[in-house]
Design a protein around this ligand. Structure first.
Ligand code: DAK
Length: 258
């Protein structure tokens, strides 16, 4: 059985994590498969948006506790580079990535979802960072990304209490941007992907780069980067197409992404 399934629909790639026996827990072998699948997507210039979801009742139940259990600090440090590398790869991918959280997203699973650009959830999704309850802390960016996404107070509470939240609470905290019935989750994800894909892809990618920079740049530097990216787009055909269509009163712009 393939543990990561990639399907292409138009310009969208759907990546389904498929290790149901452990609810998609991230073991070393599985992380390598996910990383390889991400490379496959990265190397396909025809893909404009990636959706990541899980099969069965979990998005990802977390890092594989059984695999981590016996390791010492040196071994886990080596092991962990794969997990953190995975999230950095997702976060820095040129194209937008949508996490369609279909069920449990705990620990490393929520950390992976937080590395995505957009998160949507099914009504039955449950999320949390249970690590302190396991005697450890997040190891793949959870303590860094959660406060940035939902603010320090709520993030500290979730991390220190190791408590789980349902999809409605995640929505109210701004951790996910939509909650839909399970059977409509992928439809919603594809609909968001479609909205993104009708725009100029050079602009979308520049926008992702600029928004990413906002996380760790001084406002002056971020605004300078934004201005540089904005200016560079004026040397593209897309800018003439998009603005030209507005001036001519045309709707349904078709960008050539060049
Ligand atoms: N690891 C290993 N196996 C897991 C697992 C996990 N995280 N989650 C579930 N499983 C396995 C179960 O052991 C069970 O296996 P069998 O007994 O059938 O062999 C099977 O999946 C089905 O699970 P359950 O029988 O427990 O299913 P339930 O529906 O009853 O419960 C559950 C679902 C998700 C509520 C429960 O399985 C659960 O609480 N799972 C653990 C959730 C958790 O604590 N996750 C956080 C793990 S710590 C790092 C990267 C990341 C991390 C750390 C470092 N580096 C890059 C540095 C992150 C740490 C974590 O994620």
């Amino acid at each position: 059985m393939t543990d990561v399934i990639i399907e292409k629909k138009g310009h969208t790639a759907l990546m389904t994590l498929n290790r149901p026996s452990s609810l998609n827990a991230l073991c070393e072998e599985f992380m390598s498969s996910v990383s390889g699948a991400l490379d496959e997507v990265l190397n396909d210039s025809d893909i404009y948006t990636l959706i990541i979801t899980g099969s069965g009742k979990a998005f990802i139940s977390g890092a594989d506790i059984k695999e981590m259990y016996g390791k010492n600090s040196r071994e886990i440090f080596d092991w962990s580079s794969l997990g953190s590398g995975l999230n950095m790869k997702i976060e820095t991918m040129e194209i937008p990535v949508i996490a369609a959280i279909n069920g449990y997203a705990f620990g490393g699973g929520l950390e992976l979802a937080m590395a995505c650009d957009i998160r949507i959830a099914s009504e039955n999704a449950v999320m949390g960072l249970p690590e302190t309850g396991l005697g450890v802390i997040c190891g793949a960016g959870g303590t860094q990304r959660l406060p940035r996404l939902i603010g320090e107070s709520a993030a500290r509470e979730l991390i220190f209490t190791a408590s789980s939240i349902d999809a409605g609470r995640a929505l109210s905290l701004g951790l996910v941007s939509h909650v839909v019935p399970g059977e409509r989750l992928l439809e919603k994800a594809f609909s968001i992907a479609g909205e993104i894909e009708k725009n100029g892809q050079l602009a979308v990618r520049a926008a992702k780069k600029a928004v990413n920079a906002a996380r760790n740049t001084k406002i002056e530097d971020g605004c300078l980067l934004e201005r540089r990216l904005f200016s560079a787009l004026f040397d593209t055909e897309d800018q003439k197409t998009g603005m030209g269509a507005f001036i001519a009163g045309k709707k349904n712009v078709v960008f050539k992404n060049r």
